[in-house]
Every structure is written in structure tokens, then in C-alpha cells.
Design a protein around this ligand. Structure first.
Ligand code: NAX
Ligand code: ADP
Ligand code: K
Length: 521
């Protein structure tokens, strides 16, 4: 699913209004009704007090439309205008009048210095104060209102985006953003929903189709994409009945050092569990017995040295290589890594100590084969590209690095992001259970295994991180977060594959389904 920038959202609104020959108030009505449908389908008339807080712009306008429909459907609604500026948008005013025509409970205006309304933790707060139009720091009295929301512990639903969250920068103060239990976002989510520094404001999000022009949605190139099942399913390669293991490639995992052979075993097992035909592990001699004993499906080649890799030499023709897991950064290993990089022409995944080797000796970067896949977690990334201001700056720097060396960088984390040729591919699967030793080694194996089967670097990375996270999402249903271990992610990979072909289950009371916009294949 594409993630549109602030400018593209405004352009989409404008173009839709023109092409569909409607007014902006009509579009606002449609947006407001999509909010109502979603909430009504789940509230089903519950008498819960709903407190709708509206700004004076179009986000506020959405709130007024929602309030009006809730009132006419008999819900228990109180509407507040958060009067942070005397500049009211046209569509806000239209809906302000409409609302006053609907109920005798006119909206209550809140100004700087007014007492804040009483909010019980049984209430529902609708945050329609700021949308994507936020363009400067928020007045303190509004920040106090946000703190008041948080202190009330009431369920908070944000319209389009949590008020106070910018679409393109990290908020200066944590209190200046509404902590949202649920965001009902128009048409597509925003990039800020997926970054470590801003995701704390985002619990759940839903994208509501408001009928933005499908041609525009289809034709507009966006920097970021969130990858769901429907985005990765087209990448899946069917298996023919008469296929044989040679067709599914031969991956080579290079890594391991004394006491860290397990990383190689995890990666090698993940290679086969992702569907590759053959896997060979290249490790120090100390890895030979453990690997052959623990994982008979793998073939093993060993280094001359007992405890570390000192000379990478193999007589097989792998179709993909994954290097770095458990590798260590001993001087001799660094030299072997350099020699290997200079001669390698095979599709390559570099992880863990392979990345640290690149950081220790960044003149090696120029030897990286085009489309090599680097899979750093944030700490490894910082060693590679240097420190960054915030998550947006991190992405900017990573894009520059990926373009400069013509590589793909997968930044691992809660929402892993693959950075490739100026684009960002954000993973939608995975959970905190994955914060466990070796889960990154498994990811390396999955991606190397997919590369071996002929997936492109981008496909192997996007499909790989999706399956890896999906496997963990299935595994925690049986294991819980705490006791999920990396081996489980391998064991449940098969279920992750099978899940690809399960139809997405309908929410319990499916709201009136707007026609799916084309860009959601
Ligand atoms: N135009 C339309 O018909 C549609 C607009 N949409 C809604 O409109 C929102 C964007 O609306 P707006 O562009 O009016 O902007 P917002 O409603 O997000 O912000 C309101 C106004 O506040 C001002 N402002 C920004 N930061 C401020 C601050 N810190 N202190 C005081 N004032 C500040 C801005 O001038 C802005 O116009 C979207 O988030 C979405 O909710 C959607 O309904 C889609 C349809
Ligand atoms: N909170 C989280 N939610 C989802 N995925 C996570 C979370 N924490 C870590 N992960 C995932 O777990 C893996 C961790 O990789 P890494 O840090 O390399 O672990 P290791 O080095 O132990 O193998 C990555 O795939 C990352 O995306
Ligand atoms: K909002």
C-alpha cells in the first residue's frame, strides 16, 4: 500500500474534487461518513459518552461531520471546539452551521485559560484537532488539553493522524502529541506511524477509503510503501510438479566463530525452510561436528582454522551467499572478508559482523556487488553511516548510502524498513517476541534462501521480512512474546507461507464496505 506525503494528500484531495466534480465540503462529508460507518459498526448504538474535540481546520471539519452523524443516529455526543486560531476553514464553518442545525447541544468552545472539560476513563475521545495541516509548534494550552486526554485514560480515536504529530519530522516534546489508541486515517497511513520515535503515539491504525481518485492513487509514485499480504503475494513463486531441488538454488552461509556456531545453524536452517534447494555452511573447523550433528540437511565446508574464519575458499557454485552471522571481527577474519568481497560476484546478504567488518574498514564498501543486501539493526546502521538527528534524518542518510553504493539496506526493528533506490518498503508483520537472540540470523537465512530461488534482491528482502515477521506473529499465538525463540521463527515459516493463501478475515461487524480503491490489489 502506498504512503502519500502531505503534499500528495492535498494534491489528491484537490484532484478528486475537480475530477469528481464535487465540493471540498462533499469530500469532507464523505470522509466524515467513513469515520461514522467505522465507529457505528463497532459501537452498535452503545450509549458510551463520545467527546468530539474539533480544531478549526478541515480535520476539525471532519470531526463536526462525524459528530452530526453520531447525534442523528442517537449516540451520546458532546462536541468541543478547540479554538486555537480565529482563522476558520470554509468547510469547518459549513459544518459548524450544519451541526448547530442538528442539535440544541451546540459545540462548546474551549479557549486558552478555560477550565478543561471533565473526561472519565469510560468516555471515548475523538481527536479531530489537527490533521496533516499541522505546520508549527502547538500552543501550551492545547498541549495541556492533550495531557488532560492522556491523564483521563479514556479511549482516544484520532482522525487522520494523532494531533500534534507531524508528517515529516519528529515532535520536539512528547506531550505535544495526542497518544492515540486508534487512528482512523484517510485513504492511507502516514510514514510517521511506523518510525521508532513516533510510533509511541500510534497504537492501532486503519486506513479508511474516502474515494480519492483511483487514477491519482495508481499513477502517483510515492517514496514509501507499507507491505501487507496483498503486496507480497504477487512475488510468490509457484512450484512446478516436476521441479527438483536444483531449481531452487544452493545458498552458502559464511559465518561462525568459536561459541557462535549456532548463528550459522539458525541461518542455514532458515535457508531451507524458506524453500531453497540446498544449503552449505562455511565455518571454522569447530563448527563441523555441531552443524553436521544438529542439522543433517546442511553440507559443511570448514576453514583451515579451528576457531575463526581466516580464508574463505569453497569449491561450490552457490546461487546466493549470506555472510556475517556469528563471524566475529578478528584481524584475520577481516582480511578473509576483504579478499572474499573483492572476488564475489554472487547475490549477497551481509549481516551482523559482516556489517561491522564494513564499518571497521569502509574502503571495502566500494567492493560491494551491486544489489547486495545489508541487514543492520539500528546500532549496526549507526556504525555504518554515522549518527543521525532523528528517524527522518536516519532514512535520508540511509537512502544516500544505499544509492551511493547501489545496495539495499534493511533497517531492522519493530517495523523493518528496506531502503532501496530512493524508496522505503515498510514491513507490516512481526512483534516484540522477535527481540530475542538469533532472530536476525534467521532473517538472514530467509532472505539468502529466497535469493537462492531467484527472487530479486528487493523481492527477497520484502518477501523475506514479511514471512519472518508473519511466522513470529503465528508463533506467539502458541508461545507468547517472552518464550518465543529464534528457532520457533524457523518452525512456523511454513505456516507463514500457508497463511498467504488465507483470505483476509472480515472484521466482526464489517462496516458498509466502500469500494476498495484500485491501489489495494
Ligand atoms: N480538504 C478536504 O476536503 C479534506 C481534508 N481532510 C482533512 O483535512 C485535514 C487537513 O486540514 P487542514 O489543511 O485544514 O489543516 P488541519 O485541520 O490539520 O489544521 C488546521 C489549521 O491549523 C493551522 N495550524 C497548523 N498548525 C498549527 C498550530 N501549531 N497552531 C495553530 N494553528 C495551526 C493551519 O493553518 C491549518 O490550516 C486532514 O488531516 C484531514 O483530516 C480530509 O477530510 C480529506 C478531505
Ligand atoms: N519489537 C520488535 N517488534 C518486531 N520485530 C522486532 C522487534 N525487535 C526486533 N525485531 C526483529 O527481530 C530481529 C532482530 O534482529 P537482530 O537485532 O539482528 O537480532 P540478532 O542479532 O539477535 O539476530 C529483526 O528482524 C527485527 O526486525
Ligand atoms: K487529528
Amino acid at each position: 500500500m502506498k504512503i502519500f506525503s502531505k503534499e500528495q494528500i492535498y494534491e489528491g484531495d484537490r484532484l478528486t474534487i475537480k475530477k469528481q466534480n464535487i465540493s471540498s465540503a462533499d469530500l469532507m462529508e464523505r470522509a466524515g461518513i467513513s469515520l461514522f460507518n467505522w465507529l457505528d459498526a463497532r459501537l452498535q448504538g452503545a450509549p458510551v459518552p463520545i467527546l468530539v474535540f474539533c480544531g478549526i481546520g478541515n480535520n476539525g471539519g471532519n470531526g463536526l461531520v462525524l459528530a452530526r452523524h453520531l447525534i442523528t443516529h442517537g449516540y451520546n455526543v458532546k462536541t468541543f471546539i478547540v479554538d486555537f486560531s480565529d482563522k476558520r476553514s470554509q468547510d469547518f464553518l459549513i459544518n459548524y452551521e450544519r451541526l448547530k442545525g442538528t442539535t440544541k447541544d451546540w459545540p462548546i468552545s474551549i479557549h486558552d485559560g478555560d477550565d478543561l472539560p471533565l473526561i472519565s476513563d469510560q468516555d471515548i475521545i475523538v481527536d479531530a484537532i489537527f490533521g496533516v495541516g499541522l505546520n508549527r509548534p502547538i500552543s501550551n494550552w492545547v498541549v495541556n488539553l492533550f495531557k488532560h486526554f492522556k491523564a483521563s485514560k479514556a479511549l482516544t480515536v484520532s482522525v487522520d493522524i494523532p494531533s500534534g504529530l507531524f508528517t515529516d519530522r519528529v515532535p520536539k516534546h512528547e506531550d505535544a502529541v495526542v497518544f492515540s489508541s486508534l487512528i482512523l486515517s484517510f485513504q492511507t497511513p502516514k510514514l510517521a506511524f511506523f518510525l521508532p520515535e513516533t510510533s509511541k503515539y500510534v497504537d492501532q491504525w486503519e486506513a479508511l477509503d474516502i474515494g480519492i481518485d483511483t487514477q491519482y492513487l495508481q499513477d502517483t509514485e510515492t517514496e514509501a510503501h507499507i507491505l501487507g499480504k496483498l503486496d507480497v503475494l504477487p512475488m510468490y513463486k509457484q512450484r512446478g510438479k516436476f521441479s527438483h531441488k536444483g531449481e531452487f538454488g544452493h545458498a552458502l552461509i559464511i559465518g561462525g566463530s568459536y561459541g557462535k556456531i549456532g548463528a550459522v545453524q539458525l541461518a542455514s536452517r532458515a535457508v531451507l525452510a524458506s524453500g531453497a534447494g540446498l544449503v552449505t555452511a562455511f565455518t571454522p573447523k569447530c563448527g563441523y561436528i555441531p552443524l553436521q550433528a544438529a542439522f543433517p540437511e546442511a553440507m559443511v565446508i570448514t576453514d583451515l582454522d579451528e576457531e575463526k574464519i581466516t580464508n574463505i575458499d569453497f569449491n561450490i557454485k552457490p546461487t546466493s551467499i549470506g555472510i556475517g552471522v556469528g563471524l566475529g571481527t578478528d584481524e584475520k577474519t577481516l582480511d578473509a572478508f576483504e579478499t572474499f568481497l573483492k572476488s564475489n560476484t554472487v547475490p549477497l546478504v551481509i549481516d551482523a559482523d559482516g556489517l561491522n567488518s564494513l564499518s571497521k574498514n569502509n574502503k571495502l564498501l566500494k567492493y560491494l556487488k551491486e544489489d547486495s543486501i545489508l541487514t543492520p539493526h539500528p546500532k549496526e546502521l549507526e556504525r555504518l553511516i554515522g549518527a543521525w538527528e532523528d528517524d527522518f534524518d536516519k532514512l535520508k542518510k540511509t537512502k544516500a548510502f544505499a544509492k551511493k553504493y547501489k545496495v539495499l539496506v534493511l533497517i531492522k526493528g519493530a517495523n523493518s524498513i528496506a531502503v532501496y533506490q530512493d524508496k522505503l518498503y515498510i514491513n507490516s508483520t512481526g512483534n516484540p517476541g522477535l527481540a530475542t537472540a538469533g532472530s536476525g540470523d534467521v532473517l538472514t537465512g530467509v532472505i539468502t534462501g529466497l535469493l537462492a530461488q531467484g527472487y530479486t534482491a528487493l523481492e527477497a528482502t520484502c518477501f523475506g521480512m514479511y514471512l519472518h515477521g508473519k511466522s513470529a506473529d503465528i508463533a506467539i499465538e502458541f508461545k507468547g512474546y517472552q518464550s518465543l525463540i529464534a528457532s520457533d521463527v524457523i518452525s512456523y515459516l511454513g505456516q507463514a507461507y500457508l497463511d498467504l493463501f488465507e483470505l483476509a478475515e472480515k472484521p466482526s461487524a464489517a462496516p458498509k464496505q466502500e469500494p476498495k480503491s484500485k491501489n489495494e490489489k
